[in-house]
Every structure is written in structure tokens, then in C-alpha cells.
Write a protein that binds this ligand. Structure first.
Ligand SMILES: Nc1nc2c(ncn2[C@@H]2O[C@H](COP(=O)(O)OP(=O)(O)O)[C@@H](O)[C@H]2O)c(=O)[nH]1
Ligand SMILES: [Mg+2]
Length: 367
């Protein structure tokens, strides 16, 4: 899933130089004292690891740096125009659109703090003081500032999941991803065929993260169903896992243990990631009645659990806020892999190694 934005950038124009002559009491013919115009500010694109998506460009598409001020008399130079910094997610590919509608490579932003100039400011014009010479002591010329560069840019970002949703088929993964984001997964249509993560962008206030419905892991993928490299990239990058359990299941606790076991078996560091547990479908009365019991059962094994209905949206906001909190706390330069780091920073579900085999009696819910 590629996030693409088109923006317009323009460097500030240079300020004009000015024609001016000294006027002082008792000095009938002062010399030239017209100051230079200031240079215009430039527009830069800078990699920022705290941004996950290009959504800011839905609201703002034009970026102009400040122009340089004009020069003034008394040799006063115009102030330099301020630069404009556009922060983009790490992983953004910057291209420039030519008049012939070709896209030309500008820069691949692959690091936090990486910076590229995309529209240089114009140069300030010289004031007439600069043109004085022995043969022309009263020059009446000054330069105009040059215009700032302008460009139309294409920003491409390949979205990589920050948070992954795992769980058994029919637990409600696709439904959850579809209600929290603009993704439109085909819910429940072909439960076993979609082995590519479906991505969505979750927006909370001004912040956002990428959530992925990760089918396949539990649905037998580690047993050898082919997963593309893309899939692995998503899982590697994912900083938080949301384990979603169907509340209408006979035994939520054993489901959770089975999911844990599957995650450990999957490898790829999946078992080491911080996780959040959510029990879904609390809109169903029988499930709602069990909330208290399930909560205390999970508390007994040290698991903090969220109760949600992906269908009605109940509890979903809190779950997403918690997810964002965990992502924000995770230092994005280094995915959390060590147990200590995770323990220190989050209260997370970090079960002891499970000795249980995958629980039987999963009662035909695989369809
Ligand atoms: N009652 C109820 N049904 C749900 C809820 N979430 C999902 N479902 C239903 O459960 C089924 C499986 O959901 P889906 O999102 O496809 O599960 P996935 O296989 O984990 O992606 C679908 O029929 C959904 O409509 C919920 O919160 N409440
Ligand atoms: Mg699904």
C-alpha cells in the first residue's frame, strides 16, 4: 500500500536592492546608501521518524518559504527570508514532476534528520551602494531580487505496519482494521485466501499510525503457506501486536495461550514484541455477561485485557489510544526486542513460556 501525495513548493523571492542617497543636514550631496535585498528562504524536506504517514499533506499542499525583505536607505540590508522545513516520514521517496509530466528522482529519505533542498530561495538584489565606482559616484541602479525556485513534488511512502492485529479466523481482525481506519478489507469473504496484510491508517488527533490485519500467522502460515517478503517486512517493523480473541469462544484463556504459542512458533521476533490483548464481540449479550469472569481469569496470569466490539465500535477508541501510547513510547530507532527494555517501558503482556500444546476443542470455528 503506497501513500502518495503531490505538493507544491516555492522558495522565497529575493528582496530588491534599493536606490537611496545619504541625506544629512549640512551635507548637500550624500553618497549612495541603498542596501541589498535579503535572500529568500529555501524549502527543505527532512526525514522525521516520529511521523508515520503522509496524511498531513491532505490538509496542506502548498509550501512557500518567506521572501527576503527589500533593502533600505542608510545601507540597511533586507532581512533574510526564513527557510521552510517540511517533515516527512522516514522511507519517503521524493520526486519532482517535470513540465512534461515525468517524475524525476530527487531523494530517498531513509534516515531521521536527512535533509534535501527542494526549492532554493532567490538571491537578494544589490542596492545602489554596491554600484558606486570612481567614475559613477551616484549610481541610480539597484538590482531586483531573483525569484525563488518552485517545484511540484511527488512524495511516495510505502506504508509499513506499526501495529499488527493477530488472532484466529473470525475473531474480528478485518472488522477492527476497517472500523479504525479507512481501509476497506473485504470482511469475511475469503477467510483463508488473504495472506497479505491489509493496512489502514489510524488517526488520533494529529497523530497517526499504520495498523495491519495480519492474517496467516495463526491461520497456518508458519506451517509453510507462502508469505512474500513484504509480509516479513511488515512483521519485522511492527512494534506492537494486538491479539484479538473472539469473546464468544468457549474458552478465551486457552485461545489466548494458543495464539501465544503460534506467535512463538512463527519466529521472526514476533514472540518478543509487546502486545495488547483485546476480547471482541462484547455486543453479544452472552459475551457481555462473561466480561467480569474473563477479566479476572486473565488477570490471574498477569494480562491486562481490553473489551471491545469491533462491530459497534465500543471500546475501540481506548484500544487504539493504548496502541498509540505503546508505539510512542517505543523508541522508533530501535525496535524493542529485549525483555528488559519492554518491561521497563510498558506494562505489557509478557507471558511465561507456555508449556501447553495448542488447546483442542476449538469447535469448528475454522469453518
Ligand atoms: N457480533 C459481532 N460480530 C463481529 C464483531 N466483529 C466481527 N464480527 C463478525 O465476525 C465475523 C468475522 O469477522 P472478521 O473481521 O472477518 O474476522 P477475521 O477473520 O479475524 O478477519 C464476521 O461475520 C463479522 O461480522 C463484533 O464485534 N461483534
Ligand atoms: Mg480477516
Amino acid at each position: 500500500m503506497i501513500d502518495r501525495s503531490q505538493i507544491y513548493v516555492k522558495g522565497g523571492d529575493g528582496g530588491n536592492g534599493v536606490v537611496s542617497f545619504r541625506r544629512e543636514k549640512y551635507v548637500p550631496f550624500g553618497g549612495p546608501d541603498g542596501g541589498d535585498g535579503g535572500d529568500g528562504g529555501s524549502v527543505y524536506i527532512v526525514g522525521d521518524r516520529s511521523i508515520a504517514t503522509l496524511r498531513q499533506f491532505r490538509y496542506r499542499r502548498q509550501f512557500r518559504a518567506k521572501r527576503g525583505a527589500h533593502g533600505k536607505g542608510k545601507n540597511m540590508h533586507g532581512r533574510r527570508g526564513e527557510d521552510l522545513i517540511i517533515n516527512v516520514p522516514v522511507g519517503t521517496l521524493v520526486k519532482r514532476r517535470t513540465e512534461g509530466n515525468d517524475d524525476v528522482f530527487v531523494e530517498d529519505i531513509i534516515q531521521h534528520g536527512q535533509r534535501v533542498i527542494v526549492a532554493a530561495g532567490g538571491i537578494g538584489g544589490r542596492g545602489n551602494a554596491r554600484f558606486a565606482s570612481p567614475t559613477n559616484q551616484a549610481p541610480r541602479t539597484a538590482e531586483q531580487g531573483s525569484p525563488g525556485e518552485e517545484a511540484t513534488l511527488i512524495l511516495d511512502l510505502k506504508l509499513i505496519a506499526d501495529a499488527g492485529v493477530v488472532g484466529y479466523p473470525n475473531a474480528g481482525k478485518s472488522t477492527l482494521v476497517s472500523v479504525v481506519s479507512r481501509a476497506t478489507p473485504k470482511v469475511a469473504e475469503y477467510p483463508f485466501t488473504t495472506l497479505e496484510p491489509v493496512l489502514g491508517v489510524v488517526e488520533i488527533g494529529y497523530r497517526s499510525f499504520v495498523i495491519a490485519d495480519i492474517p496467516g500467522i495463526i491461520e497456518g502460515a508458519h506451517r509453510g503457506l507462502g508469505l512474500g517478503l513484504d509480509f516479513l517486512r511488515h512483521i519485522e517493523r511492527t512494534k506492537t501486536i494486538i491479539q484479538i480473541i473472539d469473546g464468544s469462544s468457549d474458552n478465551v484463556l486457552s485461545d489466548l495461550k494458543a495464539i501465544e504459542a503460534e506467535m512463538q512458533a512463527y519466529g521472526e521476533g514476533l514472540g518478543d514484541k509487546p502486545r495488547i490483548v483485546a476480547v471482541n464481540k462484547i455486543d453479544i449479550p452472552e459475551v457481555r455477561e462473561r466480561i467480569r469472569r474473563i477479566r479476572s481469569e486473565l488477570q490471574d496470569i498477569g494480562v491486562d485485557v481490553y473489551f471491545i466490539s469491533a462491530a459497534t465500535g465500543e471500546g475501540v477508541d481506548e484500544l487504539m489510544k493504548k496502541t498509540l501510547d505503546m508505539l510512542t513510547q517505543a523508541d522508533s530507532t530501535a525496535p524493542i526486542h529485549t525483555e528488559q527494555a519492554a518491561e521497563a517501558e510498558f506494562k505489557v503482556f509478557r507471558p511465561r513460556p507456555l508449556s501447553t500444546k495448542k488447546a483442542g476443542g476449538r469447535g469448528g470455528r475454522h469453518g
